[in-house]
Design a protein around this ligand. Structure first.
Ligand SMILES: [Cu+2]
Length: 56
C-alpha cells in the first residue's frame, strides 16, 4: 500500500516499481467529501521491455 497526501490543484509525481504487469486499483484513502466513493482510478502496468510496448 502507498499513501500520499495531496493538495487540490497541485501536480504530484511518484514512482513505483511493480513486480508484475496488470491493472491495479487506485483509490482515495481518506473520506474527503461527498465525491469520495467516486475517487478511483486504475494503473495499467505493462512489461518493462521497450520492444514489447510498441504498438503492433
Ligand atoms: Cu476521498
Amino acid at each position: 500500500m502507498f499513501q500520499m497526501q495531496v493538495v487540490p490543484g497541485v501536480d504530484n509525481v511518484f514512482l513505483f516499481t511493480f513486480k508484475h504487469p496488470g491493472i491495479y486499483l487506485v483509490r482515495c484513502l481518506e473520506y474527503c467529501g461527498y465525491a469520495h466513493p467516486y475517487m478511483t482510478s486504475q494503473i495499467k502496468v505493462v512489461s518493462s521491455s521497450p520492444s514489447s510496448n510498441l504498438p503492433t
